[in-house]
Ligand binder design. Structure first.
Ligand code: GLY
Length: 411
């Protein structure tokens, strides 16, 4: 474990203290430091957590769900920022935007996505999704099974049709987190490699955090960006604590040996018997297969059942995967929120802001979250594009029901 920042520096008050050094915490810290504020991040292992598990699909269109139109707007806004964001981050961290082999690179790939159907139920589901995408003005093309296989020859002969979405890309979250860490350090962000045990609240205002060893860190503003752990920080008043819960995802990593490459040229995904499965091919030969979605609290065990189901479903889509070496199995926790959307910006407790609850879209929403949080921290206000994602939506009392609703009969 790396040593903590020395106590003298630890006690220097910062403008902003970010609790959580995952992708969301790091991007918040980087963007805020770029605006001239002094920033510190508290995390025992910055760049760890869900960033080490996630596949990194930037799937605003193929992960669209009924009832999530507002979230779609946010997701699309972030997807549009990705090319410039990746270029700026690559420059700031001294990397390439794409793969760049062992030398690093963000692994950003504008490869597109193919969502396929294996049976008539899947096809009906995909037709529904296609209709929703079109009603939402999104670009998505229906392909026959033969057309799908022409694009991706490794697909199973039984594929019945699919949706080609060229706008859904990918990035390698591990490389993204590593680059953000470097960009933060270069922008002067201070790291405290320790657990934040408790939020300090003095005279009804957040003033910093207390670390596990008792060290107190002070800041003018605190951002709670601790992913699935965000709902557990002691000291946060109950009516401010974000309603975030862990949603487990098991993910596999395989390796495509050189003679097989390119095995798949784009992300391939499907809903098989009601479960999502996706295969995300990296330029460096890694093939990520995910992901289960399990409401099991804080459990991060990789189970035989989870691995079996992922491999079974992935094998139905792309039979050739059973030839590939399985290099890693891992489980992480998504920060789920009651409406599957993030909580961004100021809370009722002065001095405390939230950047959490990104659920399935943390990697996708990184560019937008960084910009939104830097704006909030420098101006105290949520920008218009993020107003619908205020934490207040879960704490504001419901509007009163007019008395006439109980007395008037319909005409
Ligand atoms: N967005 C992919 C997942 O959460 O599994």
């Amino acid at each position: 474990m790396q040593p903590c920042t020395p106590p003298a520096e630890a006690k220097t008050p910062q403008d902003v203290l970010v609790v959580g050094g995952g992708i969301i915490g790091l991007v918040t810290a980087w963007r805020t430091a770029q605006r001239g504020l002094s920033v510190a991040v508290v995390d025992p292992e910055p760049g760890g957590g869900a960033a080490q598990v996630a596949a990194g699909m930037l799937a605003a269109v193929t992960e669209l769900h009924h009832g999530e139109q507002t979230l779609l707007g946010l997701n699309l806004a972030s997807a549009r920022r990705y090319p410039d964001f990746a270029a700026e981050l690559a420059e700031a961290s001294g990397r390439e935007v794409g793969d760049a082999g062992d030398a690093g690179g963000l692994g950003y790939r504008a490869c597109g996505t193919l969502a396929v159907a294996l049976d008539s139920d899947d096809r009906a589901h995909l037709r529904e999704l296609h209709a929703l995408q079109r009603r939402s003005g999104l670009e998505s093309e229906w392909l026959s099974g033969r057309e799908c296989r022409r694009l991706e020859p490794m697909l199973a002969p039984g594929v019945r049709g699919g949706l080609r979405v060229d706008g859904d890309h990918q990035i390698d979250p591990r490389r993204l987190a590593a680059a953000l860490l470097v960009a933060c350090e270069r922008a002067g962000v201070v790291f405290h490699r320790a657990w934040a045990e408790r939020l300090s609240v003095v005279r009804d205002r957040a003033r910093g955090v207390v670390l596990a060893d008792g060290t107190e860190l002070h800041a003018a503003q605190v951002v709670l960006a601790a992913g699935s752990l965000s709902g557990r920080l002691a000291g946060v008043p109950d009516d401010v604590l974000p309603p975030v819960r862990p949603v487990k995802g098991q993910v596999l990593r395989l390796r495509v040996p050189k003679p097989y490459a390119p095995f798949l040229s784009r992300t391939v995904r499907a809903v098989v018997r009601g479960s999502h499965v996706y295969l995300v091919p990296r330029e460096n030969g890694e093939l990520v297969v995910g992901a289960t979605s399990e409401e099991l609290g804080w459990d991060t065990t990789v189970t035989a059942g989870g691995v079996y189901e992922l491999l079974r479903d992935a094998h139905e889509l792309v039979p050739g995967i059973t030839e590939l070496p399985l290099t890693e199995t891992r489980a992480g926790l998504r920060p789920g929120s009651p409406d599957n959307a993030p909580l961004l910006g100021p809370t009722r407790l002065p001095g405390l802001q939230l950047a959490t609850g990104h659920y399935r879209n943390g990697v996708l929403l990184a560019p937008l979250t960084g910009d939104v949080m830097a704006h909030c921290l420098t101006t105290g206000e949520l920008p218009a594009e993020a107003l619908a994602f205020t934490p207040a939506r879960f704490t504001a009392p419901p509007p009163p029901i007019p008395a006439q609703s109980f007395t008037e009969q319909p005409a």
